[in-house]
Design a protein around this ligand. Sequence first.
Ligand code: SDX
Length: 384
Amino acid sequence: MMEETQPKISSGLEGIYIQESKICKVDGINGRLYYRGYSIETLNDNSDYEEVCYLLLYGRLPKKDEFEKFKSDLRNERTVSTEVMYLARSLSKKMHPTDVLKTAVSALASEDEELADNSPEANARKAVRLISKIATLAAAIERARNGKEPVAPDPSLSHTDNFMYMLTGSKPSSGQSKLINTMFILHAEHSSNASTFTTLVAGSTLADIYSSVTAGMAALKGPLHGGADEAALKMMMNIGDPGNTEQYIEDALAGKQKIMGFGHRVYKTYDPRARILRSYLEELRNDKDPETRRLIEIAIRAEKLMIDKLGNSKGIWPNVDFFSGPLYVWAGIPPELFTSIFAASRMVGWCAHLLEYWTNNRIFRPLEFYTGELDLKYVDIDKR
Ligand code: SDX
């Protein structure tokens, strides 16, 4: 048999381009991020999450009447069936909230009459249902974890304000409203990251949109991806006094541990989303809440140490997950909910990529270079 020559193996598909796309540009060298050609800074300063959803799904900013219709569609799809809400609430104390959310999102397929219709129009309508309902579920699951009844959505509120309202039972303050809108925009989309790629692999088999995004949610949970925000905050909690920060991180690095919230496969400089969140930290450094001040102090000390040690030398800089934690704590959001918020925000990115990929679908089927043995002889068990 011809000896196969060893091919170039791209571990973790590093450096491999899977397709052309017009959705998102991640410039890892210059630390820039664009959704459909608009920089993340421009969108954060001028837009809101509902408009960003329209932009990502349809490729351009909406005209006034288009936007009113889209917002109305989103707001009309916020309720969840009794069965799915019961499933979510019944599991809320048995699993991590991100796992409950993944299970409940999968079950949303049970209430969608267009499930089997894979036309672009039907898939766009299903995307709207998923974007709306995942936020309702994330809030209801957190309330059920704490023995509270769900809060019915308020159609007069924006998507992100309504999420906070369903979570807490009160309308958010202006500071909370601004922060949660920023969080949803910053987490909405990021090209072919692990969870979006997983979503596309599932979608490339022509599995339905609910099955595909459920696969993506499973990938998002890992601490190397969407689970890093919760892990980074738990590290800050473990550090305790800000004065312990440097020693804690030096010890972790000496033990070959990765510091959650730092490093990125594409960004080899400061993640532009982290830079925006870092500016919020500055605004809250002297906040009246001592816990907020403590966490921010730890985050700033950790940032300085990690950049000094690994920034220019190894291209390891803060990513979007590092500063999220102290800001969510300030907004009254518990660590166990962070990744669910990431999933709720990123639902639009997963759906936008599926809609784009399905216009020129091809099943993903990469290769492995086999290095095992061949043509072994079978030996009966009593002779082995
Ligand atoms: C997200 O892809 C996306 O776009 C994701 C995301 C999105 O919006 O979808 O941006 C969201 O997931 C951000 C990343 C969140 N994850 C973390 O913060 C977890 C900690 N980070 C690392 O696990 C790591 O940096 C990754 C997973 C983010 C990237 O991994 P790579 O590119 O495979 O890098 P690697 O693990 O091969 O590390 C290369 C070197 C190693 O050192 P050497 O063995 O070469 O000596 O860098 C070191 C690593 O040990 N390193 C770190 C480190 N990250 C990499 N060392 C300490 N702390 C870290 N955080």
